[in-house]
Unconditional design. Structure first.
Length: 82
């Protein structure tokens, strides 16, 4: 499967189809049952998607999401914002 380094998920008409494809690809690649897979979202420290140099081990990087009435707390790599 060829995929970009980061994908603008908010541009999709049906973003759930992309998330389902990522889940299926991960399940097949690891030999895991699809019905026991879950989705986990981790916020990265990248400020711009062009800073991504390599693909993640599993899953996909996405960009283009937005918050309404909130903001991200920026922290360093390996740190969680609180």
């Amino acid at each position: 499967m060829i995929k970009p380094k980061s994908l603008a998920l908010s541009y999709f008409f049906n973003p759930l189809s992309f998330l389902t494809a990522i889940t299926q690809t991960t399940a097949r690649g690891r030999g895991l049952p699809l019905d026991q897979m879950t989705t986990q979202t981790n916020v990265t420290w990248f400020n711009d998607y062009t800073q991504i140099k390599e693909d993640p081990a599993d899953g996909a990087y996405i960009h283009g999401l937005f918050l309404e009435g909130a903001a991200w707390e920026n922290s360093g790599e390996g740190q969680e914002g609180y």
